[in-house]
Design a protein around this ligand. Structure first.
Ligand code: FE2
Ligand code: FE2
Length: 274
């Protein structure tokens, strides 16, 4: 357990303000899914410790990061169970862990280098920062707004943390940075979210359908995409462009922005179709 204090705790969340009638069913399903992914952070910590063995400063930072991500999962889970008492977070998490796992037996990054790993983490944190900001701005439920506000601030902090460590390592060539960053963006539709959606919203039910990755990941992505306004897209594009090393206002930054808009619209259409 890290000794660095957390910026907030579950005690700071005012559950007395809960307004169950204001909780949109689609957002509830998405929050259950996000709670599982966040709560599974211990596996990511193990993976990062394997990849960064010997880098004690980063390993300590990764341990603290994992505690904060686990708290995100705990807060979202408590909210989801308060809104929907039939939701069994512990059982859903156990099902998720039994059906999805990271490559924990590796000692090298799946991104090809430590810098590549840290760049990919920056992309993930820019995505989660914009997602929780969009969720906060979209929902009418006051407790979920408070939780998402705290989480979005943590995710922005995580982005800066990974960026700080990224700068300690030799920077990959531009084409490699673009491949890693854009590749990580596209991966947001991968098995992790599909499995989490299924475990959170179907597993254990008598009428549970057979797992369909495209349908489950697509359902989740359609809800997430629908939350994003122009401001959230601009934020995530700016963060990713900065992580890649594109100067603000440069042709590369504008190109990343155009590509980001195109991809988001395409993903929204594809998810709705799925
Ligand atoms: Fe998180
Ligand atoms: Fe994070």
């Amino acid at each position: 357990m890290s000794e660095t204090p957390l910026r907030w705790s579950l005690d700071d969340i005012d559950f007395s303000r809960l307004e169950p009638a204001a909780a949109e069913p689609e957002l509830l399903a998405a929050v259950k899914t996000a709670a599982l992914v966040e709560a599974n952070s211990a596996d990511y910590v193990t993976y990062l410790h394997n990849v960064f063995h010997g880098d004690d400063a980063f390993c300590a930072a990764a341990s603290h990061w994992g505690v904060e991500e686990a708290q995100h999962g705990a807060a979202l889970a408590r909210w989801a169970e308060a809104i929907d008492p039939t939701f069994d977070f512990a059982a859903s998490l156990a099902h998720f862990r039994a059906t999805y796992s990271l490559p924990l037996d590796t000692s090298t990054s799946v991104r090809g280098s430590r810098a590549g790993e840290l760049l990919a983490r920056c992309v993930v944190e820019s995505g989660t920062c914009s997602y929780y900001s969009a969720l906060r701005d979209h929902t009418r439920e006051p407790v979920l707004r408070q939780i998402c506000h705290h989480i979005a601030q943590d995710e922005a902090h995580h982005y800066r943390l990974f960026q700080q460590h990224y700068r300690r390592y030799p920077r990959p060539a531009l084409h490699a940075r673009l491949r890693i960053a854009l590749g990580r963006v596209v991966e947001t539709g991968d098995d992790e979210f599909g499995r989490a959606w299924y475990s959170a919203n179907h597993a254990g039910a008598a009428d549970a359908p057979v797992y369909d990755r495209a349908a489950c990941a697509g359902r989740y992505q359609a809800i997430v995409t629908g939350l994003y306004g122009e401001r959230h897209v601009r934020t995530v594009v700016h963060m990713i462009a900065q992580a890649v090393g594109a100067r603000p206002g440069s042709r590369l930054a504008r190109w990343i922005g155009t590509l980001g808009w195109w991809w988001l619209r395409r993903r929204g259409a594809a998810s709705a179709a799925a």
